[in-house]
Design a protein. Sequence first.
Length: 399
Amino acid sequence: MTSRAPLSRKLSAIAESATLKVDAKAKALQAAGRPVISYAAGEPDFATPSFIVDAAAQALQDKKNYRYTPAAGLPVLREAIAAKTLRDSGLEVAPSQVIVTNGGKQSVYQAFQTVVNPGDEVLLPAPYWTTYPEAIALADGTPVEVFAGADQDYKVTVAQLEAARTDKTTVLVFVSPSNPTGSVYTPEETAEIGRWALEHGIWVITDEIYQNLTYEGVRAVSIVEAVPELAEQTILVNGVAKTYAMTGWRVGWMVGPADAMKLAGNLQSHLSSNVNNVAQIAAAAALNGPQDEAEQFRLAFDRRRQLIVSELSKIDGVEVPNPLGAFYAYPDVRGLLNREWGGVTPRTSLELADLILEQAEVAVVPGEAFGPSGYLRLSYALGDDQLLEGVQRLQRLFS
């Protein structure tokens, strides 16, 4: 009897999302009765604003929302996204240049599928969100990591990008504010990188899902605002998940040149068709409605940001660059490695994260999920009391 044909080699090489894996482990321990505090998931702890929920409830009463709608998205939402793109990214686009996706992850996947050909090299500044290299691999591209450490505030330079560029380089991933570091490129840094990409004809995929979550008067300037000529070789990725506490609604989008969006739209017509209509209407309400509650969320994140940076900095061996965006702290913990803690000597941040979970009952994501070892990601999108208690547990463990 002939043995079964093998499973997909491409998918077999794809790793599970590290952040979701750590979060699932933390939730399993919590369900088993352990008082685990999790900094793993990048998910606001706030309820979605009621006016958004009300818009969804009203949409449920309209029978046309029970049917198929255009694969690229409802006109009302595409128009709202085009208006937001002009308002926040400084780029005027037609609604036809917008594709609504099932969350930001689908838009990231489709963006790479749209502009990456087999063998292309994609410059990936590190630390990076754990999904990017896997999405690049699924597009038959090769991720080329360009690392910037805490001494650079985790921001790469044009000199580093140029040193990594080859004749196979076709795409640059640009993320500001950053997941996992919270770093925000200055307008000058953004413009310099944008001009470099323009000069070399390199596509830019810019993930702007945290663009409205910035602090200390900082604004995350879009790369297409800094270098308007770059718009014809840039795909913008965004969504409502983070700003409006709508992670579970699964509404994201991609914006780009008409020819690129045509290809992405063709893919989506076969991959998933339209996003849930009720969620799309809720997302349009979020973008078009009052922004007061979103601003209150941002202020709460800012308060938590200051608290976690202050408290983590009290731990000897931990260096915490000041994050000016998103809702993550990304401490350099190399000073804690190769030292004995509770009878264990961790040599990597992966081993350190396991130690922290077992001995302090705190879940963090190790740097290996985002690039080199020696770092931890802590999301501060959780309640104030839990945030403080978790860091105090770390202070006690490493005292």
